[in-house]
Design a protein around this ligand. Structure first.
Ligand code: ZN
Length: 802
């Protein structure tokens, strides 16, 4: 179960967690510390002068001006009249006066000198290079200087960014991630559109061919619905289209297994999610795994919560529209659709909500196929598995279940329903997954549903869709092209150095952590030190021979719809062919051109693809404050996943193992509860909905830990290298810029429907919350921006786990 930075379409529900917010015034105040110190010297001088006054004789003659000679004489006579004490006092006063003058002169000279130093220091330390100027301008362009950073830091950091950017009609969100994603898309498009050259290798040629076939819309349109009808025929037909569908011939295991083998790709599947992955309790070997399946709508809540009624209706309408395009007719079509929705609602109810799926160790049940068969006697397990598992398997084959109760319940639900409804449902799910690649009538039919679920009313631009498709399906081949000109080796070196700094900071924080016992602390340190870092891309993609070998059994043509089916079958074959192979610890699966980062608890590795090692996360020309506030926090976030509510269950080898002391677990839980409660109290006003602090706890713990570790690492960097020269015009010091860049990563907005969908399904908090939460828990942030204790961004109660 990797942990990532952003929500992402996950191969399975349990396989991955991904990665997938007073500026000038305070700055000036900080730098005025020195002048005001000197100001106190000036005050002393004034005070000294005024102290003189009472001692000054009150005789008005003193202040009179005498003619030169007369005055000297009269003064002498006048002096003679003085008593000895008065003379002594006068001498003392004169000495004091002289002393004062000396002090004033010295102080003034020193002050001048000091002022010179300050001017010098400031100008010496002001970075006016082209990149500093443009970086500063870019940062300022996003900010709202009228907002109070101690009250609403998201508005302060992102106010203008959000005002200036609109969500494109074909998108549900627009944020910094999308912006960078778009920039990467443009680069990938240019690469994919370049003419095919023989020397670049087979894999790259296949990626280009796939893209070319994808943008050939006239060919796709000319094929119409026929290719889809052929697929439906291949899996035994869709009863909705055929009143004479032979229900008695329906074999659930055969149909489900055949779909899994040919049409579900790497990790998708219906009723059960079945795939091969590293064993969570023995991470060096692969094992068959079975989990609860995905649903046709985003999450289980959409099936029974009142507020999702219109979305459920849109879903039913989508089935009806597609059935109509495919030629369904007759009075009972609607009845059959209602039955499908009813069946899926029962299945949705049988799934466990995400908040109950955090304890992977408790979910994990390893058994043999024989034992599984005994658990669900009506469903022929071997028959099902043999449809898609390439190796010979017997009843002795081990299999891990992550949803034991669900598996029992879903089989019961299925066998209580009639064959027609079950087949209607399974084939509907297949159709639903295939139509996005089909001709316009199918794509258009989906637009109402997309509008209901994500608030989007326009279809994606074709080339963007195709770049995304090719990168998703052949990511390593696209990555091989991308990194040639868009990824520098120095980025890899810098990222590696930062990982080491941040890991060191993590280890230091572990030392200061008073709630851990010594033994657990040592294990934690070992685990952090054993984490394998993966940066940019796996090495094999630079070798055309190795890269080609990954795709050698994939044969493509200029027919996109056919290519799509071939890829799905290819990916399914690939994942099940791993069953008897050892886990390859050298390589990783995440495509290089993706704006995200990952932690895989099962491998104890952290992955930072080339796609995220770019501005505003990272740039070789950025001040370090921005790199630490950007990619640094991402690195800390991924490291912390190794120790969040799920990651902490795995040891340094990536095996689920109890390495924590019971008392320490309890202490951890208390701290995690603080985070759960804090985030559950955040409400997204846009949709008037509270966050689910329970399903987002792992990500929130990672955000908070990542910010703390990266700031500490940056402080250590300053210790070694000194303060960085200021950015021009912005009026913020680098401590403030660290937090500002962190917040600006989350600039962006989303449509209401999408916001609601994310709240329901995402393990990640929404952008603004990812700013409010970690920053309001950070004492360092409060100090950098001088926020008074009790202000919104510096609350008295703070949560801290790592
Ligand atoms: Zn994460």
């Amino acid at each position: 179960m990797p942990g990532n930075l952003l929500a992402k379409y996950l191969p399975s529900q349990r396989q991955q967690d991904t990665f997938v917010m007073n500026g000038g015034v305070h700055h000036v105040a900080a730098h005025k510390m020195a002048p005001s110190h000197k100001g106190s010297t000036a005050t002393n001088i004034t005070t000294a002068s005024s102290l003189d006054d009472p001692e000054t004789p009150s005789d008005p003659a003193q202040v009179k001006f005498f003619p030169k000679s007369e005055s000297r004489r009269s003064a002498r006579n006048w002096f003679k009249r003085w008593t000895r004490t008065e003379k002594c006092l006068l001498l003392l006063c004169s000495c004091l006066f002289l002393l004062c003058i000396v002090v004033v002169i010295v102080a003034f000279t020193r002050d001048l000198h000091y002022r010179d130093q300050i001017t010098l220091a400031t100008s010496n330390k002001l970075c006016t290079t082209k990149s500093c100027v443009s970086t500063a301008a870019q940062i300022m362009a996003g900010m709202d200087f009228t907002a109070d950073p101690c009250n609403d830091f998201f508005q302060y950091a992102c106010g203008q960014w959000n005002r200036k950017h609109v969500i494109p009609e074909e998108k549900a969100t627009y944020n910094q991630f999308d912006k960078l994603h778009d920039e990467n898309q443009i680069i990938m498009r240019a690469l994919l559109e370049e003419p095919i050259k023989k020397e670049e290798g087979e894999a790259v040629m296949k990626a280009k061919l796939l893209y070319k076939s994808c943008v050939n819309t006239s060919q796709i349109e000319s094929k119409g619905k026929d290719p889809l009808l052929e697929v439906i025929q291949d899996v035994g037909g869709w009863p909705l289209l055929d009143p004479n569908w032979p229900a008695e011939k329906f074999e659930l295991e055969h149909v489900l297994g055949k779909i899994r083998a040919n049409y579900n790709g790497a990790t998708n599947s219906y009723l059960f999610s079945c795939f091969v992955g590293a064993d969570d309790k023995n991470s060096s070997v692969h094992i068959l795994q079975l989990d609860q399946a995905s649903l046709g709508m985003p999450s289980r809540e959409y099936y029974y919560l009142k507020e999702h009624v219109h979305q459920k209706a849109a879903y039913a309408r989508l089935i009806a529209d597609i059935a109509e395009i495919l030629g369904a007719e007759g009075p009972d079509v609607q009845k059959q659709i209602d039955d499908v929705i009813h069946l899926e609602t029962l299945i949705a109810n049988a799934t466990s909500p995400s908040e109950q799926r955090h304890d992977t160790g408790a979910l994990y049940h390893k058994m043999t196929v024989r034992e599984l068969q005994a658990m669900i006697p009506k469903f022929n397990v071997l028959k099902y598995l043999r449809e898609f598992v390439l190796d010979e398997i017997t009843e002795d084959e081990p299999i891990v279940l992550f949803a034991t109760q669900y598996v029992k319940d879903v089989v019961k639900i299925i066998y209580e329903a009639d064959n027609r409804t079950v087949a209607n449902y399974i084939v509907w799910r297949l159709i639903r997954d295939l139509i996005p690649e089909f001709s316009d009538p199918f794509v258009d039919a989906q637009s109402q549903f997309k509008l209901a679920i994500q608030g989007v009313n326009k279809n994606e631009i074709r080339w963007i869709k195709c770049v995304e498709y090719v990168n998703f399906r052949m990511g390593m081949a696209v990555g091989a092209m991308f990194i040639k000109d868009n990824f520098k080796k120095e980025s890899k070196d810098t990222a590696l150095a930062m990982i080491h700094d941040i890991r060191e900071a993590f280890n230091e924080l572990l030392e200061e952590n008073e709630w851990m016992d010594e033994k657990t602390r040592q294990f934690a340190k070992e685990k952090a030190n054993a984490m394998v870092e993966r940066i940019g891309y796996p090495d094999f993609i630079t070798d055309p021979v190795q890269l080609d070998a990954k795709f050698d059994t994939l044969v493509l043509s200029d027919d996109f719809l056919d290519n799509n089916l071939k890829i799905l079958a290819f990916q399914s074959r690939k994942i099940f062919s791993k069953l008897r192979q050892p886990v390859d610890r050298e390589n990783w699966e995440q495509e290089p051109v993706i704006v995200n980062a990952f932690y895989n608890p099962n491998a104890n590795d952290i992955v930072f693809p080339a796609g995220i090692l770019q501005p505003s996360f990272y740039s070789s020309t950025f001040p370090k404050s921005l790199n630490y506030g950007g990619i640094g926090v991402v690195i800390g976030h991924e490291i912390t996943h190794g120790f969040d509510d799920k990651g902490r269950q795995y040891d340094k080898e990536g095996n689920i193992k109890q390495w924590w002391d019971e008392k320490t677990i309890e202490a951890f839980r208390q701290r995690a509860q603080c985070v759960i409660d804090q985030y559950s109290n955040y409400k997204l006003e846009q949709v008037n909905e509270y966050m689910n602090g329970r399903i987002t706890q792992g990500e929130n713990i990672a955000d908070n830990g990542g910010l703390k570790q990266s700031y500490r690492a940056y402080m250590k960097w300053i210790e070694k290298n000194g303060e960085e020269p200021a950015l021009p015009g912005i009026g913020l010091n680098h401590h403030q810029l660290f937090f500002l860049n962190y917040a600006q990563i989350w600039c962006g907005k989303m449509r209401d429907e999408e916001a609601l969908r994310k709240i329901r399904i995402s393990a990640h908090s929404l952008g603004p919350i990812r700013v409010y939460g970690p920053l309001s828990n950070s004492k360092e942030f409060a100090k950098a921006f001088n926020c008074t204790l009790g202000s919104k961004m510096n609350p008295v109660k703070k949560c801290s786990v790592w």
